[in-house]
Design a protein around this ligand. Structure first.
Ligand SMILES: Cc1ncc(COP(=O)(O)O)c(C=O)c1O
Length: 493
């Protein structure tokens, strides 16, 4: 490596620029697109951190390296990264590779612009509005507002801030001094970003009142009523309820109609965190799981999860038509949002958000939608449900698997019961021993690179696996592989 000529700069050398990028793209095709999606290749190449540091030679030095060295570095980055597009990567709520969405991401990266003004992002300002309109229509709104956010957590935090601002517009200027003690309500199954958001926005995590969920993980509306009364009795002012459509672990859908009734009775903002389950709105067969979502004031939805649009693709949708987003977050910087521009300044949407520069996240979804059509995306959602059902039925046929519960979504939660624990369900240390199985299997699968699936404890339940059926390339063979592989990895336990 060290003896080749350093690549000082390619400025002013378009031929060399093109050659380098073609070579890099060739490596991407080889390592990520071809090997990274092949069931016969590894999902990950596990290395201990110290060894990985050595292999990557991370130190940044005062001298540059040669073209060959740079290409080798690109290859190493890809080789030692986890292949989230692989058909045996079941670890996260996002996975898979949609080629059209990836094409959109490549175009976005290459154009390298910011979403804030029509002046520098004319295509994307118009495109973002069109995509948001489409997503709002699926929620059931013919008008409204919205914005692409850097992830579902941030979308949720925007909702908290907007709900508070709408009730107490003074707080934008006067901050927390303008506020009585506030209370917001969400279920014990909610995503952790709600509590993080409360802390980040100065409300404090104590202002988050946790509502009980039933045995399937759905918020109990009667307990929501009770918590609201309790908060009021303690002198707090309720302002927001956050429901979840598709909880992170169990994949549960809160009963939105009943929750919306409670919100209506108490005059509370209803936010629906549909980061995971929002894409179910595309399916005529399954969209009933979100019945009532049209009554929400705001919705968070991540097409980068179930639709495989690629990180990040997350929207906050609003029913509001009063320019609440801009009123809440705007600061009218005169060097960016000049009011005497030669075009309609309403197209400069950058003041709706707390960021200045903002990535373009609409193209990957727009291009994928253009290619697949709404029907193609609907099929993708339906296929995920069908494969999850297949997995459940296959799992029930095998001795060493125990379902946590019948899933209503594409999260399939289960224990692998190793041979030494079979038939021992009655023994006092059964649960404790069972909880130790998933971490051992996880270590084995990652060290072999054969697959990745997440596990967690949950409430009183010890560690169990959460299978996520989201990658559009999955087949029944991959479901069979998952079961066979767990049996193989755990046969001596
Ligand atoms: C229900 C729910 N809401 C919000 C989020 C956060 O989304 P992001 O990872 O894009 O911040 C997740 C992530 O898994 C989630 O499951």
């Amino acid at each position: 490596m060290a003896d080749s000529k350093p690549l000082l700069s390619l400025d002013g050398d378009p031929v060399a620029v093109e050659a380098l990028l073609r070579d890099v793209f060739g490596i991407v095709m080889d390592e990520v697109i071809r090997k990274g999606t092949s069931a016969s290749e590894k999902v990950c190449e596990w290395k201990e951190p110290e060894e990985l540091k050595q292999l990557l030679d991370l130190e940044l030095r005062s001298w540059g390296e040669s073209r060959e060295q740079i290409l080798e570095r690109c290859r190493a980055v890809m080789r030692y990264s986890v292949k989230t597009c692989h058909p045996h990567f079941f670890n996260q709520l996002f996975s898979g590779l949609d080629p059209h969405a990836l094409a959109g991401r490549i175009v976005t990266e290459s154009l390298n612009t910011s979403q804030y003004t029509y002046e520098i992002a004319p295509v994307f300002v118009l495109m973002e509005e069109e995509v948001l309109k489409k997503l709002r229509a699926l929620v059931g709104w013919s008008s409204g507002d919205g914005v692409f956010c850097p992830g579902g957590s941030i979308s949720n935090m925007y909702a908290v801030n907007l709900a508070r601002y709408q009730r107490f517009p003074d707080c934008k200027q006067r901050g927390l001094r303008a506020l009585p003690p506030l209370a917001l309500f969400t279920s014990e199954e909610c995503h952790y970003s709600i509590k993080k958001g409360a802390a980040f926005l100065g409300l404090g995590t104590d202002s988050v009142r946790v509502v009980k969920a039933d045995e399937r993980g759905k918020m109990i509306p009667e307990d929501l009523e009770r918590q609201i009364s309790l908060a009021e009795a303690e002198g707090a002012l309720p302002f927001l309820v956050t429901a979840t459509s598709g909880t992170t672990v169990l994949g549960a859908f809160d009963p939105l109609e009943a929750i919306a009734d409670v919100c209506q009775r108490h005059g509370l903002w209803l936010h629906v965190d549909a980061a995971w389950g929002g894409s179910v709105l595309l399916s005529q067969t399954h969209r009933h799981l979100l019945d009532g979502i049209q009554r929400a004031d705001s919705v968070a939805w991540n097409p980068h999860k179930l639709l495989s649009a690629g990180l990040q693709c997350s929207v906050l949708l609003l029913r509001d038509t009063s320019n609440l987003l801009k009123r809440c977050h705007g600061s009218q910087a005169s060097y960016l949002f000049q009011q005497d521009k030669f075009y309609d300044v309403a197209l400069d949407t950058g003041d709706k958000v707390v960021q200045c520069g903002r990535r373009v996240d609409c193209l990957k979804l727009w291009l994928m939608w253009k290619a697949q059509g709404g029907q193609g995306l609907e099929q993708r959602v339906d296929q995920a449900f069908a494969l999850a059902r297949y997995l459940v039925e296959e799992l029930k046929k095998r001795e060493g698997f125990e379902l946590v519960m019948e899933p209503e979504f594409v999260n399939v939660c289960f224990w692998f019961v190793p041979p030494s624990l079979r038939g021992k369900q009655g023994s006092p240390d059964y649960s404790e021993r069972l909880a130790k199985v998933a971490p051992v299997l996880k270590e084995r699968m990652m060290k072999e690179g054969s697959m990745m699936i997440g596990y967690q404890p949950h409430g009183t339940r010890g560690n169990f696996f959460r299978m996520v059926v989201a990658n559009p390339a999955l087949t029944r063979a991959d479901m069979d592989f998952l079961l066979n592989e767990l049996e193989r990895l755990g046969r001596d336990l």
